[in-house]
Design a protein around this ligand. Structure first.
Ligand code: HEM
Length: 546
């Protein structure tokens, strides 16, 4: 009997070994093809173990862009980097190559690096793939319909006016100051009130601490039977946590991306960076859960009153994005299994909170910087255009916004020079031929939008801020994928129209009220590039009231 057990044990171990060996052989054959093809693409020489990550690891974060620029100068329009021994990434800086990826319905899966965001935004629209992504994209597209966006316009105007008020209080001593945090707060207020239907009034809370605001919080608290101290603390905490988290998420994303040993979840989770990330994510999820519960109970109340009284007593003029999600979830009735679970809703709310405020705030702050460096355009032309359209009033309508053509060209040109999302990634699901190279399936591809927008064949004098690059007759002659700040193809930005509306209204408020002078010379700027591109120095301006 004992001999039988020993034989059984030996047979089991031998089977496992054979299976592992076969698997290894298959893997090694596949890997050997993968690495041979990748190594045929130009790129810097990789070191053992760390590959090309070493150039980034040895630099501070505010020099990552310099490191990439150096490689781009040598190897553009296509180059290969090894991030550790196994992760090969191919980088594209030409629209001709990017076009093949954007045009494809196969290569729409995001690459390895987006997985780092899973603990926070789960597999929401930005990070999901396959059926789930298709279903969500179809579901969420109506939430960005023109009429929905127009209904958000009042909120954006209100928050922009609040920003102007805060900026006025900053200019008493005529000293330059960093305007970026104020723009970020404004943008966060806007996304909270539009996407979540939740008034955060972060700008007011942090800057004014005014009585009206506290009264509004009280009202909200009574209305939703929340504990007052809970809600007040929450607002202050959430702002700092949101900013720290969005900032750290971007920072952690770039730091983790270039440190191959932090890629495995198990190691990252044990690292101090991973532990901090987890803490912030927990905090954010608590907040989002709470808001969802409040909006859900309002939805049920209004649903039942509609059934009982034949009309909706709580009918509101405006619906938030979150309301639309909840409505969709319970479209079969509140007693049926929801189409979207609370977790599904939360991952979308988290996705839109992040994508919807960080990106737009970055776009607005770079536009402020560039206009502040170009008084000849800002003062003589853009301001004049705003005056011509608005006169002495601040009443903004979609028609009036559409008349501000030069402001729109300046916004586009700013996004050309500083695309909020400087790099995007895809995982190839099939081999792709780009020029003379075959890029094997499973390669992580990065499209470097920042460099694609600086192609001198497309934009002569690419570093120069020139809004005429977006005159209709110039745009007509340009290849379609040569300018892609909102990405392109199936996975383009769903919030593009929202972002443009917000950016135009906020800029219009700032320019109408102040002449902007940006104090930092472009050659002194340092950049933080991760999920978003930011100025490491801040956006330092002097504002002169009009
Ligand atoms: C100037 C502002 C913005 C810029 C430059 C921008 C840019 C982009 C880019 C480049 C992508 C593709 C990302 C990738 O493939 O990794 C993207 C996707 C996305 N953006 Fe934006 N975005 C902006 C504003 C917004 C806003 C305001 C929202 C929401 C309210 C939003 C929501 C999203 C979502 C959900 C996706 C994923 C779409 C999908 O994969 O189907 N974005 N954005």
């Amino acid at each position: 009997m004992e001999v039988f057990h020993v034989l059984l044990y030996v047979a089991a171990v031998a089977t496992i070994l054979v299976l592992l060996l076969q698997r290894y052989k298959r893997w090694s054959t596949k890997y050997s093809r993968f690495s041979t093809l990748l190594d045929s693409i130009p790129g810097p020489f990789p070191l053992p173990v760390v590959g090309n990550a070493i150039g980034f690891i040895l630099r501070p974060e505010n020099q990552y862009l310099d490191e990439i620029s150096g490689i781009v100068k040598l190897h553009s329009p296509i180059f290969r980097l090894w991030n550790g021994p196994l992760v090969g990434t191919v980088h594209l800086t030409s629209w001709k190559y990017a076009e093949k990826i954007f045009n494809s319905s196969t290569h729409i899966e995001k690459n390895l690096f987006y997985k780092f965001l899973f603990p926070w935004i789960g597999t929401g629209l930005l990070t999901s793939k396959g059926e789930k992504w298709h279903f969500r994209r179809k579901l969420l597209t109506p939430a960005f319909h023109r009429t929905v966006l127009e209904s958000y316009q009042d909120i954006v105007c209100e928050k922009s006016a609040q920003l102007v008020k805060i900026l006025r209080s900053k200019i008493q001593d005529k000293q330059p100051f960093n305007i970026a945090p104020m723009i970020w707060q404004c943008s966060l207020d806007i996304i909270c009130e539009t996407a979540m239907g939740t008034k955060m009034n972060i700008q007011a809370k942090l800057e004014e601490k005014d009585v009206a605001y506290l009264a509004a919080v009280e009202e909200y608290v009574v209305l939703h039977s929340m504990s007052s101290s809970y809600f007040t603390t929450l607002i202050v905490e959430i702002y700092f946590e949101m900013c720290t988290l969005c900032f750290s998420a971007s920072e952690i994303f770039s730091k983790r991306s270039v440190r191959p040993w932090l890629h495995p979840e198990i190691i990252f989770d044990l690292s101090p960076m991973g532990r901090r990330f987890k803490q912030c994510v927990k905090m954010l999820h608590n907040f989002t859960d709470k808001v969802i519960q409040v909006r859900k109970s309002e939805y049920f109340k209004s649903y039942h009153s509609k059934i009982n009284n034949g009309k909706n007593e709580n009918e509101k003029k405006r619906e938030s994005f979150l309301d639309l999600l909840i409505e969709t979830a319970y479209s079969e009735g509140p007693d049926q299994k929801p189409i979207l679970s609370d977790r599904d809703i939360r991952e979308e709310v988290d996705t839109f909170m992040f994508e919807g405020h960080d990106t737009t705030a970055s776009a607005i702050s770079w536009a402020v910087y560039l206009l502040g460096r170009h008084p000849e355009i800002q003062v003589e032309q853009v301001y004049q255009e705003i005056q011509d359209v608005l006169g002495n009033q601040m009443e903004i309508t979609p028609q009036k916004l559409s008349e501000m053509k030069l402001l729109e060209r300046c916004m586009k040109e700013s996004l050309r020079l500083y695309p909020s999302v400087p790099f995007i990634g895809r995982k190839l699901r099939q081999d792709v031929t780009l020029g003379e190279y075959t890029i094997p399936s499973d390669t992580e591809v990065c499209i470097l939008i920042y460099f694609l927008h600086r192609d001198p064949d497309i934009f002569p004098d690419p570093e120069n801020f020139n809004p005429d690059n977006f005159l209709p007759e110039v745009c007509e002659k340009r290849p379609p994928y040569a300018y892609v700040p909102f990405s392109a193809g199936a996975r383009n930005c769903i919030g593009q129209k929202f972002a443009q509306l917000e950016e135009k209204i906020v800029l219009c408020h700032i320019i109408k009220n102040f002449r902007i002078e940006a104090v930092d010379d472009p050659k002194d700027l340092k950049y933080l590039v991760g999920l978003i591109i930011r100025s490491y120095n801040g956006i330092n301006v002097r504002l002169h009231p009009r």
